[in-house]
Ligand binder design. Structure first.
Ligand code: FAD
Length: 516
């Protein structure tokens, strides 16, 4: 293969966490046969952040594009299915709702379902909105089966993601990438070298003196941002005034409750606690703001609320929410925690990694197009981060936990202007942001709005020209169909055992241990 001086011939990925190996897998898949050399440098001594178990449905398309067999991957990573997230206590204490991956009801004459629901609710006829959502009812009943491929079937109205061991996922991608020609270098990077002509980074230097040269560097070094921040001083847009949680304690425990097809996020005194059920253990963590609660109190809350014995010591993590001023600077693209972090409330980090990789593949530069590609990349990724930020902030500002300082302050904070507009449009006329791409589409906004008691005061006026009784009866019919369909589905873990048993579960089934 001839080497063209304008091509990016050497890509160096700095870091071998989930971000690094997802990037390596994607770039080797896309460019492995073009002569581009891909090298990944990682340091076992530094290790990875080691958390991140809940995902969004988009990851399935990434894996499919990589040629990864889903059933095999789920078994390898001890994965369970995820139909959404249950939010407990985010409206009023004692209330809960599920944000599902899927639709609510059906549109009528081109009018979105939530308008029908609003019309019927204002007339006193509608049931809880979740009863019109198949994935919510499946999650509440702890049932699961794969979606139907027929788009007209009721069982096609949901999506799913995974709850998995992200370290095992990265290990699988590492094997796959190395088979596709990615060169893995073990070692600790001490500094970077720059080209005297261009000022661009030309190599990273390891502790043992070895140098790894490249034309393009993907910084996947985690929170430290080795190249994007420590070397290039790109700067960080701090969003802790919107999303002030800055610490987490993570601890796995033995399962004792059901291993349901959903993640749980329970509001606590100054933050929230996650529960992510995998096949062999439950992942737990307490995300909190250190201005309102001590680390000891946060640890006590976490441990007191575990459903089974802890399997390890709680591990502390420190972060500042926000994103880099530029995710692509010069010849460095930051992907993963090095580019920004918005806290794990809606499992968006791996999704943002995926978005970063997709944009990099689309805008893969030549030597002399880097500036233009970077500008476009930064605009795309800024939009992704901003939209995710608004969605996360909504959960906090729409709380009704009166009398708790953290939550009172969250309600009173200065909202992002873009979020204020979205809430006002929904309350006034039932309008939902209608992005057709991005992490969260209209059903997600609807779930959180209504789940946290933000309801529209008006519906689409075209409904007043339609037969309201007929609408009520078709909604009721749909609700019944959903309830009937759920009753026919297998219990989630029975389905998992039959479909993709992880090693330990397979052993338990063989030994007939009924504990899962
Ligand atoms: C509390 C918490 C909960 C989370 N939960 C979720 C979740 O449920 N879902 C989700 O999608 N995401 C979640 N995330 C985010 C998720 O963990 C990360 O997005 C994901 O793990 C990617 O991390 P990373 O690869 O960017 O960084 P890391 O995992 O930190 O990897 C960094 C890599 O860089 C290497 N490195 C660093 N410095 C050097 C050096 N000097 N020399 C050589 N190598 C170096 C390290 O060895 C490592 O290989 C969570 C994050 C936190 C903090």
């Amino acid at each position: 293969m001839s080497i063209n001086a304008n091509f990016v011939n050497n890509v160096v990925i700095v870091g071998g966490g989930t971000a690094g190996w997802m990037t390596a897998a994607a770039l080797s898949h896309k460019f492995g046969n073009t002569g581009t050399q891909i090298t990944l440098v990682e340091s076992a001594e530094i290790g990875t952040v080691g958390v991140g178990e809940a995902t969004l449905p988009h990851i399935r398309f990434f894996n499919a594009a990589m040629g990864i067999d889903e059933t095999d991957l789920m078994a390898r990573t001890q994965a369970t299915f995820k139909l959404g997230i249950e939010f407990c206590g985010w409206g009023k204490e004692g209330e809960s709702y599920i944000h599902p991956f899927g639709d609510y009801g059906e549109p009528h004459n081109g009018i979105a379902f939530h308008h029908l629901w609003t019309q019927q609710r204002l007339a006193g006829n509608a049931k809880r909105i979740c009863e019109y959502s198949l994935p919510v009812m499946m999650a509440e009943a702890n049932r699961y089966a794969m979606p139907d491929a027929d788009p007209n079937a009721l069982l096609s109205t949901f999506g799913y993601a995974y709850q998995f061991d992200a370290s095992l996922y990265a290990a699988h991608l590492s094997q796959l990438s190395q088979k596709r020609g990615v060169k893995r270098v073990e070692g600790k990077i001490t500094h970077a070298k720059r080209s005297a002509d261009t000022g661009r980074i030309s190599a990273v230097v390891l502790e043992n003196g070895a140098q790894v040269e490249g034309d393009l560097f993907v910084d996947c070094s985690g929170f430290r941002g080795l190249l994007i921040e420590q070397e290039l001083k790109t700067g960080y847009e701090d969003w802790s005034h919107y999303l002030p949680c800055n610490r987490a304690l993570a601890v796995p425990c033995e399962p004792s409750g059901p291993i349901g097809p959903y993640t749980r996020a329970t509001a606590r005194k100054a933050g929230w606690q996650w529960r992510i059920p995998l096949q062999h253990r439950i992942g737990n963590g307490h995300v909190y703001c250190s201005d309102y609660i001590s680390d000891d109190e946060a640890a006590a809350i976490l441990i007191d609320n575990l459903e089974g014995p802890a399997i390890a010591e709680p591990r502390p993590l420190f972060f500042k929410t926000g994103r880099r001023n530029k995710l692509w600077n010069g010849n460095v693209v930051s992907i993963g925690l090095s580019g920004g972090f918005l806290e794990p409330l809606e499992s968006t980090s791996i999704h943002l990694i995926q978005q970063g990789i997709t944009a990099l593949v689309e805008l893969f530069p030549t030597q002399d197009s880097m500036e233009e590609d970077a500008a476009e990349y930064n605009a795309m990724m800024r939009l992704e981060f901003d939209r995710v930020r608004d969605f996360l902030v909504l959960h906090y500002v729409a709380n009704q936990r009166e009398g708790e300082k953290f939550w009172d302050d969250m309600r009173r904070m200065e909202w992002p202007a873009s979020l204020k507009e979205k809430v006002a449009a929904f309350v006034h006329s039932g309008i939902i942001p209608s992005y057709d791409v991005g992490a969260f589409l209209p059903p997600s906004w609807l779930a959180v709005f209504v789940g946290q008691n933000i309801v529209p005061q008006a519906y689409d006026p075209r409904l007043d020209h339609l037969d309201s009784a007929a609408i009520a009866s078709s909604m009721e019919e749909r609700r019944r169909q959903i309830a009937d369909a759920v009753n026919t589905l297998p219990v989630h873990m029975d389905f998992v055992r039959g479909h993709c048993p992880g090693a330990m579960v397979a052993e338990m089934v063989a030994e007939k241990i009924p504990s899962l």
